[in-house]
Design a protein around this ligand. Structure first.
Ligand code: GDP
Length: 295
């Protein structure tokens, strides 16, 4: 995960580690390399620029050059800023409802259905919850089947109404079903399109309004780089979602989405997907991720 970015940042800090006495020029060169590494990882230009400006201000504020180990202190400042950029503290999901309703949003192929299963499995095995999965994709019968397959794998019931073409009704009926059967979490998997379009946005906004979920999550494929950030912005404008799920972090992703998304939509990344299996889910800890990136 983020190997390329890690290598480049490591190289950037070599500039400092190689010198007996560190000068302002060395620090400036290092920060230039840090910025370049962020840009190469697909971090948006302004975010990368602001990031290095903040690091520089902190370095000056803490008199980095007069300390015993200026290189180490600068690495620490970069790590702290990177943590802050990705969200500061880890954020949980709101499970206060009875049942708690979680609405999944995102483009087709982002990993929504897979993640719905992973989340149900996580809540069932780690949080002692009784989840119900709901198939609300009225366009692709294959998507409904896919959720049933996932549900069978993890032993979670899947609610669907293959003949019903009204996603608001399906979601509302599912919540009624959950109440009657004693399920305390309802995870609603919605239809996704290949690109953001008005019809899809209106449909999911209608479902959102009708079921008033405790938690609306936006799922995005981390491999899509800066596009991930643009899609997040479009969904957030309509749904004002509560958190982001970054999938496919096990692939060869450059990391830009993980680093940029929080500062663009100001919503935390809550979980990451790290594989196709049902247990490939991790809570997102910004500090651990920064640690991983900086080695
Ligand atoms: P949806 O259209 O948004 O519901 O997306 P799917 O859940 O069907 O996922 C699309 C593809 O991505 C499937 O082949 C999944 O197996 C795969 N996938 C989903 N999440 C991950 C992940 O975290 N890592 C990897 N490597 N593949 C994933």
């Amino acid at each position: 995960m983020f190997n390329n970015l890690s290598d480049k940042l490591d190289k950037a800090f070599h500039i400092l580690k190689g010198h007996g006495k560190i000068t302002e020029v060395n620090v400036a060169d290092t920060l230039k390399e840090v910025r370049r590494a962020l840009l190469d990882a697909d971090v948006n230009f302004k975010i990368a620029k602001d990031f290095t400006t903040r690091v520089k201000e902190k370095a000056i504020g803490q008199d980095v050059l007069t300390t015993l180990q200026p290189g180490q202190l600068l690495v620490k400042i970069v790590k702290d800023e990177l943590t802050e950029l990705m969200g500061g503290d880890a954020a949980g999901v709101n499970l206060s409802g009875n049942p708690s309703v979680i609405l999944m949003s995102g483009l087709q192929g982002s990993g929504k259905t897979t993640f719905s299963g992973k989340l149900a499995n996580f809540l069932q095995t780690k949080k002692n919850k009784k989840p119900l999965l709901v198939a609300c994709d009225i366009y692709r019968p294959a998507a409904i089947n896919q959720l049933h397959v996932v549900g069978e794998q993890i032993g979670v019931e899947v609610y669907s109404e293959p003949e019903n073409k009204n996603p608001v009704e399906i979601a509302q009926n599912a919540i009624k079903h959950a109440k009657a059967k004693g399920y305390n979490v309802v995870i609603v998997d919605t239809a996704g399109r290949l690109a953001v379009d008005e019809e899809m946005m209106t449909e999911i906004a209608n479902v959102h309004k009708a079921i008033q979920p405790q938690e609306t999550l936006f799922v995005v494929d981390s491999m899509t780089g800066q596009d991930a950030v643009n899609t997040a912005k479009a969904f957030n404008d309509r749904l004002n979602f509560d958190g982001v799920i970054l999938t496919k972090l096990d692939g060869d992703t450059r990391g830009g989405a993980a680093i940029s998304i929080k500062s663009v939509v100001d919503k935390p990344i809550k979980f990451i997907g790290t594989g196709e299996k049902m247990d490939a889910i991790d809570i997102f800890y910004p500090s651990r991720m920064a640690e991983r990136i900086l080695g």
